[in-house]
Design a protein. Structure first.
Length: 422
């Protein structure tokens, strides 16, 4: 853990570029009660947990609802239209992720569901190599696992993965985040993919915190699998995705067993579907969730990542610079302060528990942040240098402020002033 100091503060924070057009989110006019029976505009700085809905996503769902019907097996017009929209959503999300033409996309509930699906489809005897810095979604689903310590710098992550994979026999899978949900730091996934493939292993990337902030190109990065969630991508309708190579998925028994996953059911045996995607999407799928996810992908792609990244980096720099000026506030960081990161900043306040800070920010200032271990218990304990503890253990918790499309300078400045008042 390290502290931002004044020498790390940029001499000048860039101002808003006039021609930046950021996609609009719902809820920017939300007012919340604070101490003194006042209402104030809500400063949502909790995007890393769940992002608000894009206006374009809301419109896409509203447009699909009048013709909503069953998918894949209905002959009626509404069913045919809904099926077409669902499969178009699959195509859109694959394109957004830069998937290869023969990759499969399984719609899931979220990243956790996607990683558990992948765990169920691994070839027998597969060993999973994973860092302790992972979100629980990527840390916990595996039955045969080698857990690596938090690396001191990005090159150390590549070296540790290289060494671990070199000692394995049989199929192996390296699992890693693209962007930390605790610190926002970007991981060297291209280098890690190269190391995995050099050892004949595959790589699965948790992209949940990357895709709302940066362009993802699965094929260019040579990744085997990626997973992400709609509720972090401005599409909070209960859908996520697992995208990647079809062979392991096609060879495995269905993740869920039921209608749609079968080709034929007899008295004594069941013949499972040859369609890899249908095989793992049993039951009526979350059609509206898939449409919402695709609409979010379209909206972000249409805006252009250069504008989105520039505005986010401006706000993150303003936030980190402000935190660095406050006595007793310590920003959490695994690597060097200059290492690239997305719009996530976690910190602790000397003399205050994380829950106390979060409650004061909410009740007195109308600011929403996250406190706790962020479903990454081993990593947060590592950053704080604390012993093992549960979710309610204040000695091993932090505060996380995360920025998204609806974030403004006023939100950032309000947080800084509120922390300074503490």
């Amino acid at each position: 853990m390290s502290v931002l100091n004044r020498s790390a503060v940029p001499a000048e924070i860039p101002q808003i570029t006039p021609d930046v057009r950021i996609p609009a989110v719902l809820g920017t006019d939300l007012e919340v009660p604070v101490k003194g029976d006042r209402l104030v505009p809500y400063a949502n700085l909790d995007y890393a947990a769940s992002a608000p809905c894009l206006e374009a996503v809301n419109a896409a769902v509203a447009a699909a609802l009048p013709a909503y019907s069953s998918v894949h097996r209905g002959a009626g017009y509404a069913s045919q239209l809904t099926t077409a929209r669902y499969e178009q959503a699959r195509h859109t999300v694959k394109a957004f992720a830069g998937a290869r033409p023969d990759d499969a996309l399984i719609f899931t509930r979220n990243t956790t569901d996607a990683m558990n699906l992948l765990a169920r489809t691994l070839p027998e005897g597969t060993t999973v190599v994973v860092f302790e810095t992972e979100h629980h979604a990527s840390l916990l689903p595996w039955s045969r696992v080698v857990r690596l310590a938090a690396p001191a710098f990005p090159g150390e992550a590549i070296r540790a993965a290289d060494e671990a994979l070199s000692e394995l026999d049989g199929p192996a899978l390296l699992v890693v985040t693209a962007a930390s949900n605790v610190t926002g730091e970007l991981w060297p996934i291209a280098g890690l993919a190269h190391i995995a493939h050099r050892h004949g292993a595959r790589i699965a990337v948790d992209a949940a915190q990357l895709v709302p902030h940066r362009r993802l190109n699965l094929s260019a990065l040579d990744l085997d699998y990626v997973a992400f969630s709609g509720h972090k991508l401005y599409a909070p309708f209960g859908a996520g995705a697992l995208i990647g190579r079809a062979d392991w998925l096609a060879a495995a028994l269905p993740y869920l067993r039921g209608g749609g996953a079968v080709k034929a059911v007899g008295d004594d045996q069941t013949e499972w579907s040859d369609d890899t995607e249908a095989r793992h999407e049993a039951g009526t799928p979350n059609v509206l969730g898939a449409i919402a996810l695709a609409a979010a992908c379209d909206a972000l792609s249409a805006t252009g990542w250069t504008a989105l990244v520039r505005e986010e980096e401006r706000l993150v720099a303003r936030l980190r610079a402000g935190l660095a000026t406050i006595e007793g506030v310590t920003e959490l960081s695994l690597w060097d302060h200059e290492h690239p990161r997305v719009g996530i900043v976690s910190f602790v306040v000397e003399g205050r528990s994380a829950r106390e800070v979060a409650e004061i920010l909410s009740s007195q200032h109308g600011i929403g942040v996250r406190d706790g271990k962020f479903c990454a218990h081993p990593f947060v304990r590592h950053l704080l240098g604390t012993a093992d503890g549960g979710c309610d253990d204040d000695t091993a918790s932090a505060v996380r402020a995360s920025i998204g499309l609806g974030s403004t300078e006023e939100h950032v400045d309000r947080l800084i002033e509120a922390l300074r008042a503490l």
